[in-house]
Design a protein. Sequence first.
Length: 592
Amino acid sequence: MSIEQLITEHLDIWTAADTEKKSGRGRSSGSAGGVYGIKKLRELILELAVRGKLVPQDASDEPASELLKRIAAEKAKLVAEGKIKKSKPLAEITDDEKPFVLPVGWEWVRLIDLASLITKGSSPKWQGVSYSNNPDDIMFVTSENVGSYKLLLDSPKYVERKFNDIEPRSILKNGDFLMNIVGASIGRTALYDLDTLANINQAVCLIRIATFNLSSMFLLHFFNSETCLEYMLDKQVDNARPNLSMGNIATFLISIPPLAEQHRIVAKVDELMALCDQLENQHNNAAEAHEKLVTHLLGTLTQSQIAEEFKTNWQRISEHFDTLFTTEASIDALKQTLLQLAVMGKLVPQDPNDEPASELLKRIQAEKAKLIAEGKIKKDKSLAEITEEEKPFDLPVGWEWVRLDEISHVGTGATPLRTKPEYFEPSEFSWVTSGETSNPYVFATEQYVSTLALKETNLTIYPKGTLVVAMYGQGKTRGQITELMIDACTNQACAAIRLFNADKLHRKYVKYFFEKTYDEIRELAAGGAQPNLNLSKIKDTLLPLPPLNEQYRIVTKVDELMATCHQLKATIISSNQLQQKIADVLIVQTVN
């Protein structure tokens, strides 16, 4: 089966095996996600190319052995003229070293036998040279600028011109290969195709080929192939922080075809990669159109003004449920819409016999007053009245707009000094950090504090059932909510919400509200590098309060629908994993 047949006969596999994982080795840039199948297809094309299986061999081609003789002669001439240094002789290539059998006319060769220079750069701060913002200085290429195949120069760095006087060996020339040799991006290789004066840092290896009798693009394909990457990972010096030595790079084994075949391979790779680009664009366009359709249809539900309109819009969605909710993103959008409908009073019907929320509020206020009188909580400042402008939508009859501080006591915690180990030993009380809000419930904490820490710091033990919201933290942490299933205290990055009404389903309704408003709450955060919320903003949170009986119906319905969403998502994930396995099997079978 030809590679074209493999692509066309299994289009469903290549385009359906979707993934959101990021890879450091995309063809077009330093990172690639998206369609797993197409990513693997690109890898397959390169692997077939470097193994001599992408295009047929031509018996009339001059064998690579003759090409290597000419390259050796060219290198010897450059050495004799003093233009390059003579390489140390390396051990002959043994059969055990060769990763696969080459076609007739191909040859294995070590990289050093093709190169006039293999070196790495250094960092300006080691040389007493400072960085510069002046584009007239020397462009300084780091591993961040080296993608797979192409340079990433949206935000170039510069160093003072005297750096080139200190580090002349790593001045770049047009046609040099740049390979990342440190960290997570190890193996990414690009061609320096500029005439701009530039130098590199110590995380980048410069490989300069000694001859024009090789196809630069074929070598670039080889450097970005899985064969080369696996070799690099096998030879890396330190697993904790992967890095490659110049000695290991010099001994790389390169599979060299006849020169004429190199050009045929490059042309075929370009043709097939263009096909992959086309497939990926079609997939992405279809995915974008699908996302817009889902967003529009879900939006009609929340925008419905009357029950009949809502019923019609829901009927339209339910008729095409199987085709609309086929991705993890669409399921997440559905979950958010369901929560939005829940807090707008559109998910379950109202019952005129329900006691209105105003009566529930009276009991809550009475409980709050009692706790204040008993000295268990402090009396807060009067809250600002809720204005009409603040209300994001109209509520059904029997509902009320309230601020969180009206129905709960909101507190926080502290982080005891790390310099005082007696604050953490003995480990007596659970201590919640903002990162632990990523779980829906807290059954145990990673860290604990001592009785002394409770006495000497602002820590408070919050009872089981307290809701905890992260006010700041890395990544997605800010705005997350969890529920304590144990008594625990928190650090200062958390807001602890103790509802005056201890009803379990009332608490779950409030928790669902915070899950629905996750994005809105995050937008309230202030600050620069790490925006954060504060207790005042949490206390002022405006939430719609239904009658207690309707809260029960809402929570029961949301639980039911969320279980369905979780099942749908699990099915999608399982299907994607199966498609990825099929893609992997197809590739292994084709390569072998």
